[in-house]
Structure formats: C-alpha cells, structure tokens
Design a protein around this ligand. Structure first.
Ligand code: AGP
Length: 606
C-alpha cells in the first residue's frame, strides 16, 4: 500500500503537502515524491528513502505553487528506485499522477501504449495512467473525460490523483477498492488516503466510494460517478481525531506512546454501548456458524476471541486467517462473519467480506479507522475508538479489539446460558480494573522489561510458547518481535513443542514461555511440562508469569514477573508485557521502531 495526498489552495502549498505525506508515511516508506504545478506545468521531485531525507535531498520546501499531489510508496511493481517513485508523468510532462493500489491489466495497457509511441520510464503499473490520459487527450477528449476514460480502462484497485498543466486550479481524483478522502478547508481543499493526510488542517471530510471520481478546487469539490458522470451528493463527516493524537507527545517512538495509551483505549473499548455488543453477540449466537477473521495481528486477536467464546459462552466460533479464508472455509447463507481490522482497508480481510456479501451472508466488523472501506462495507460495524495508531506495529488497536471480543463473548455467554448475568457483571468489573493494572504495570515494571530485553537481545532464535489463551498471545508476541526487532521468533502452542520442534532445543535457542498462574491448575501444569522438557534438553527458558514463589525456580534462566490478575485478564497483561519487550528488543538493537523495514501499516494488496 502507499499514501497519496493532494492540496489546492490560494497560498503556497509546499510545506503542507510535505507535512501531509509525512503524516501518511506509515502507509509505505521506501520512496516518495511531490508534483506541484507552476506556470510551466507540474514540477516533479522524487527519490528513494524516508520522506524527511528525500525532502531534504530534493529540496521539497523550495517548491512553490498552489496545486499539488504527493505520494509515499510501498513498492509492489518495480523495485525501490528513484524512477519507480511517484508521481509519474506522461510523455510531454504536462500531466502528473499518483496511484495507490495495483493495476492488474497494466502489461496489456503498457504494450498498447508503447505501440502508440508512449515512452515509459519506470517499471511500475501506475505509469500507464498518465499515458492513457494523454492518449485520450490526443484523440480530442477534454481532460475530465480523458481522466475518466483512463479510470474505466484500468482493472484492479486504485486511488488515483492527477494534476495537469491545462487545468492548474483542479485536482482530479478517483477510486476503486483503495481508500480516498477529500478534506474541506477554508480557501483550500485536500485529498488523502486517510484522515492523517490533512488532520492538521481540517476535521471536515468527505469519504469517496468505489466507482466515484472528484474534481477538487480550492473553493469546492464535485463528486461524480465514473460509470456515467452522474453527480453524487456526499455527506460531510466531522472527524473526532485531532492532530495532537497523531503526535508523539514526548515519547521517543509512536510504538511506546501507543503502548502507554492502552489504559485509555481499553476504557474506550469498554465504553462502547451495550447495544452494539449485544447486537454482535446476538448475531454470533443465532447464526448457523460464526467465523471470526482478520490477518496478522488481527487474526491473533480473533483467535484469542475464539478461546473466550469457548470459555465464556461455551460456543465454537472458529477464527480463520483472512488470507486463507476463502480457500479453507465453506461459509454459506445463515452464517455470520465477524472481521477485525485496525485500518479497515486490508485486502485479504476485505476479500472475505466481499465474498460473504456476494453469498448473502451477514457481516460485521470491529474497525478502528473511521470511514474506512470495511466500516462502510459490512452490515454492522463496531468502531473501536482507539484513536490514530501511527506506528506500523499494531499494539493499542489489537488490545482494544480483544476487549470488544471478550465483551461480546460474555454477552453471548448470557444468551447461551453459560453465564449468569451476575457472573457477567463480575467479569466486566475485572475488565474495568484492567486500565489501572496496565497503567501500574507500565509505570512500575517497564524498567524490568527494558533490562530483560537488553540482557536477551543478542539471541537471534526464539520459540514463544503458550497454552490455551496464552497460545494466541505467544503468536502475537512472536510476530511483534519479528516485525520490529527482526529476530527469528516462532510462536507455537507449548503442547505442540514435544511433537517435533523440541529437536531444535539447545543452548543457543531461547524459549519464552507464557506461564499461567497456579490458579489455572490444569493449564499451569501442562505449560510447566514444556518448561521441564526444555530444561531437560539444556534449553533456556525465559518465563513471563505472575507467581512470586515460582520466581525463584531454577527452571527459569530469566523472567518477567507480572502483577497478579484474574485469569480472564491475565493473558492481556501478558500481551502488554510482550509488546513492551519487543519494543525494548528493537531499541536495544537500534531498529527503526515506527517504520520497520519492508512493512506497511495496512496491506491493501493480494
Ligand atoms: C501488526 O503489527 C501488523 N503490522 C499486521 O499484522 C496487521 O495487523 C495486519 O496487516 C492486519 O491489518 P489491519 O488490522 O489493518 O487489517
């Protein structure tokens, strides 16, 4: 995925345009560029590297003009090179285009355009767009019609923005399956892949739908249908997020800031109306089958949800990773699909939901980003209200999703009769105590976590093990370590170890084991078997646990002691601890914490 933005104003836009792609950088950051119109046409400057570096190298701030577009890239077609960076131009340089998405028929289009003597400079799919527009213009079509004709020619997904020499007071943009939003300011307007593009400038926005294009000037905007040019009346949204929420606020990294925001995000998730949660629970219970889905971290959140539905409601609600869903699950009418997504734009998860819609299956989603494709696609949406999550690594959003799933499982438990109302209330109280417990843990224990990470960061190979609810926690903790610290960490059920992987145990492999409290006797004993087995083979165990007596055990080579908490919320404390552990591993190893290599905040491609 990439980030696109555009600004049109009666003042010079260079600084604001730079700010806008800087605020979108988490969407992709291998290269970037800006095109600003001056009296000769669009001036394009672009290069590889992070936005701040490219801005300095290419002197973005010395650019001058009132209309411009910008792009920050996460490469799909064509390597990370200056020519592959966006914006792309047509042959005579009068048109500049930025694109987010994938054009599946670009090879055919490029061949056709090459035969018509268009010269391509890059290896990207996106470059066909300015040339297509140019081709239609040569045939005598007005610019707007040429832009729309080009959009009709391209297959796949796109959010596209164009500026052109002949219409210096307009930005043309259109979308299909990639997000695009218009921001409304005073004497200036904006476009962006998401609100962060213009959150510093306005809170009024219009969310574009698939199959729409818009012409934006500094005084207004017009949205029309790509298929027939019919005008579309759009609702103006007021965005609650403010610019401050998107800033680091004294923390060295967004990741740390967002970990520390978790007491607040848990409170927000707990303040979601009972009616919304009951609606989800009713759908889960009354469906023939319910599937939970998400991918990466959100799959692990969904998987944790599966365990809570089993323990609290006594029902089997399988979690299926959305990238494999359609190939391994036979959803049919009468089923219910509940998706989980921070961005609401993830291709794999959207693919499942779109197919569910085709099959007339009821859908719902727990989503963080307001106005996102998923939020608008599903039958019912629960907005998790976690605020902007800027770090590419998901932390606070994932915890909030789990809280919402637990609340839904508790509600489902009341419906199925597994829980009495009084039991549900007691468990909700335990959730309500969590923000304070997380706060205390972060304030009192982060030093210990830091020290542990510093002691252990030189180990390159890890097993992360847990049983029961600690299994998805182990998977998520391992993913965090891979993503942000670039260490090899394999998450696995602790019981699975003895079925093969145990052959790897030696003095060099570190095993991080999530050990439940002795109160969960069966789970505790089973987890301890794995701890014993590792020790018996000369392996080293790092324990994350909450038992003061166990803290003295010789079975642990190192450990992280958590404050005590009831079994319902203990896995969540372990989750927070593991987030902090991965953060400190990453800082110890001097990694790029907020923008780890090769990642993007939401993956909008197949
Ligand atoms: C999280 O740290 C990851 N970067 C990634 O696994 C992410 O959770 C996944 O791509 C799903 O994204 P979504 O929540 O925006 O749908």
């Amino acid at each position: 995925m990439c980030g696109i933005s555009g600004i049109i104003s009666n003042a010079n836009i260079a600084k604001k345009l730079l700010d806008s792609i800087q605020n979108l950088e988490y969407r992709g950051y291998d290269s970037c560029g800006m095109a600003i119109l001056n009296s000769h046409g669009p001036i394009i400057r672009k290069n590889i590297g992070h936005v701040a570096d490219v801005a300095e190298k290419e002197l973005f701030l010395s650019m001058n003009g009132n209309t411009g577009i910008a792009h920050t890239r996460w490469a799909t077609h064509g390597g990370v090179t200056p020519v592959n960076a966006h914006p792309h131009a047509n042959c005579d340089g009068s048109i500049a285009v930025v694109h987010n998405g994938i054009i599946s028929n670009y090879v055919k289009l490029r061949e056709m355009l090459t035969k018509k003597r268009h010269t391509f400079l890059s290896e990207t799919d996106s470059e066909v767009i300015p040339h297509l527009i140019e081709e239609y213009r040569k045939g005598g079509m007005p610019l707007e019609s040429a832009f729309v004709a080009a959009l009709k020619d391209i297959e796949g997904s796109y959010a596209v923005a164009m500026v052109a020499y002949e219409k210096p007071w307009k930005i043309f943009c259109g979308k299909h399956e990639s997000p695009l939003i218009i921001g409304l300011g005073k004497n200036e307007n904006y476009i962006g892949s998401d609100f962060n593009a213009f959150i510093e400038f306005t809170k009024e926005a219009v969310v574009m739908d698939d199959g729409e294009y818009a012409i934006v000037s500094n005084e207004g905007y017009a949205v029309k249908k790509i298929v027939n040019g019919a005008p579309v009346l759009k609702k103006v949204m007021h965005v609650e997020w403010d610019a401050e929420m998107s800033k680091k606020g004294g923390f060295p990294h967004y990741m740390l800031k967002e970990i520390y925001e978790q007491p607040e995000t848990v409170k927000k998730a707990l303040s979601i109306s009972d009616a919304s949660i009951q609606m989800l629970a009713q759908n889960v219970v009354s469906a023939e089958r319910t599937y939970l889905t998400g991918v990466g971290t959100t799959f692990y959140a969904a998987q944790l949800g599966q365990y809570y539905f089993a323990s609290e409601a006594g029902i089997n609600v399988p979690a299926v990773s959305s990238d494999e869903f359609l190939e391994n699950s036979a959803m049919a009418k009468g089923d219910f699909v509940l998706a989980v997504s921070q961005s609401g734009e993830t291709y794999d998860t959207l693919r499942v939901l779109r197919e569910a819609k085709n099959r007339k299956i009821r859908t719902a989603a727990i989503v963080n980003v307001i106005g996102s494709t998923m939020a608008r696609l599903v039958d019912d949406v629960v907005m998790q209200g976690s605020g902007p999550e800027i770090c590419v690594i998901s932390t606070k959003a994932a915890l909030a999703q789990v809280i919402i799933l637990i609340r839904t499982a508790l509600e489902a438990g009341v419906i199925t009769g597994k829980l009495r109302v009084s039991e549900k209330k007691q468990k909700i109280k335990q959730l309500e105590a969590l923000p304070q417990q997380i706060s205390d843990f972060l304030n009192e224990h982060s030093g210990f976590v830091h020290n542990l990470a510093e002691r252990q960061a030189h180990h390159h190979n890890w097993l992360f093990l847990g049983r029961g609810k600690y299994y998805p926690i182990a998977l998520e903790a391992a993913l965090k370590v891979k993503e942000v610290a670039y260490l090899h960490a394999e998450g696995m059920p602790a019981g699975f170890l003895k079925h093969g992987t145990i052959a790897l145990i030696d003095d060099n492999l570190r095993s991080l084991v999530f050990i439940p409290s002795e109160k969960e006797e069966a789970l505790y004993k089973m987890t301890m078997s794995a701890v014993e087995e590792i020790n018996a083979r000369g392996g080293k165990v790092i324990g994350i646990h909450s038992s003061k007596t166990f803290a003295k055990s010789k079975l642990l080579a190192d450990q992280l002691l958590l404050p005590p908490a009831p079994p319902l919320v203990m896995p969540l404390m372990a989750l927070v601890a593991s987030q902090l552990f991965s953060y400190f591993l990453a800082t110890t190893l001097d990694r790029n914490v907020d923008k780890p290599r090769a990642l993007a905040k939401s993956v909008t491609v197949a």
